[in-house]
Design a protein around this ligand. Structure first.
Ligand code: SF4
Length: 148
């Protein structure tokens, strides 16, 4: 039986990104040869619409570009994603880099000026806090090496 891995749905080609598009990545899709992929979109789970105004993290909270505090939506989405990870027994997640939900290690700095800073998306942080290993899409090979 293949190991189950959570994957950001936008990387698999689902049009769940803030602008109604996706981040389709063939290398990520090819992971289905090694794992059972469980698609998740924390921002959709948190009740946010598609399309939606983009958001960034500032001082531990999440704000849309038009100034709405969406922290509760992001926390709800993160909890739902963690629930799925635990129910599915996923040891790891492959998530979209730099997203305020899915990014791990580096995210945008909250100024909406395409500036990056150190930090984790809300969901990536919660998964990591619960011993689920988080990888970005540039670390596909590492994920295969460690978990297949
Ligand atoms: Fe992709 Fe994650 Fe953003 Fe959903 S929340 S669109 S899965 S990066």
């Amino acid at each position: 039986m293949k190991t189950k891995i959570l994957v950001s749905a936008c990387l698999l080609g689902e049009n769940c990104k803030y602008n109604g598009k996706n981040n389709k990545n063939e290398e990520v899709i090819a992971l289905s040869g090694y794992f059972e992929l469980i698609p998740v979109c924390p921002e959709c789970f948190g009740g946010l619409p598609i399309p939606r105004v983009p958001s960034e993290i500032k001082d531990g909270r999440v704000y849309s570009k038009d100034g709405a505090d969406l922290t509760d939506n992001f926390l709800t989405g993160a909890e739902h994603t963690l629930y799925i990870a635990k129910e599915s027994n996923c040891p790891a997640a492959l998530l979209k880099e730099r997203s305020p939900s899915c990014g791990f290690g580096t995210v945008y700095d909250g100024s909406f000026s395409a500036t990056l800073c150190e930090g984790n998306g809300i969901t990536a942080q919660l998964l990591s806090d619960n011993e689920i290993a988080v990888f970005g899409e540039s670390k596909v090979k590492k994920l295969i090496e460690l978990y297949s």
